[in-house]
Design a binder for this molecule. Sequence first.
Ligand code: COA
Length: 165
Amino acid sequence: MTSVTIRSLSEAEAPAYNDFFRDGAARHPDTLRISPADVHASPFGARDGADGSTLLATDSSDNWLGVVTVERELGREKRRHIAWILRMYVAEAASGKGVGRKLLIAAIERARQITSVSKVNLTVAEHNARAVRLYESAGFRTFAREVDAFRDPEPRTELTMSRPL
Ligand SMILES: CC(C)(COP(=O)(O)OP(=O)(O)OC[C@H]1O[C@@H](n2cnc3c(N)ncnc32)[C@H](O)[C@@H]1OP(=O)(O)O)[C@@H](O)C(=O)NCCC(=O)NCCS
C-alpha cells in the first residue's frame, strides 16, 4: 500500500478512535480480548505524552486504516522499564498490505522514546497466526502462555511476548 502515514492520535480524536476500535472488537471477538461493551463502558483517552501514545495509520485521503497503543506500565515503580503494545487493529479492507507491520515498527520506535523503557511486551491469541508471525518477525519472543485467557465464548489461549529495545 502506498503513502501510509502514521501519527499520534489527538485528544479530539478519542471519540472517533473508540468508534473505530469498537468496530474492530465487534469484527474480531476471537483475537481482541476487549469487547465492544468494554469500549462502551470505559472509552479510551488519546493520551500522547511522556508515558506513551496511541498511533493512527491513515491513507492519503486521511481514511483510518489501523491503530496501536504503546504505554509504559504504570503503577509499580520496579516495572517502569516495561512498555506494552496494546489494541493493535487494522481494518479488514487495509489488512495484508503492510499496515500492521508499519504500526508495529512505529510503536517500537515510540517505546524507545519513553525514558528508561528497555523492553516492550504484548499479548496475542495463540491461534492468531498472522499476528504471531508478525510479532516474531519483529523480534518478539513468547515467555508465557495462558490457557483460557479470555472467552468469546470459546476459551482462547493467549501468549505473552517480549522484545528488548
Ligand atoms: C493482526 C493485524 C494487526 C495484522 O495487520 P496487517 O496490516 O494485516 O499485517 P501486515 O499486512 O503488515 O502483515 C504483517 C505480517 O503478517 C503476516 N501475514 C499477513 N497476512 C497473513 C496471512 N493471511 N496469513 C498469515 N500471516 C500473514 C506476514 O508475516 C506479514 O509479514 P510480511 O510483511 O513479511 O508479509 C490485523 O490482521 C488485525 O488487525 N487483525 C484483527 C485484530 C487483531 O487480531 N489484532 C492483533 C491483536 S494482538
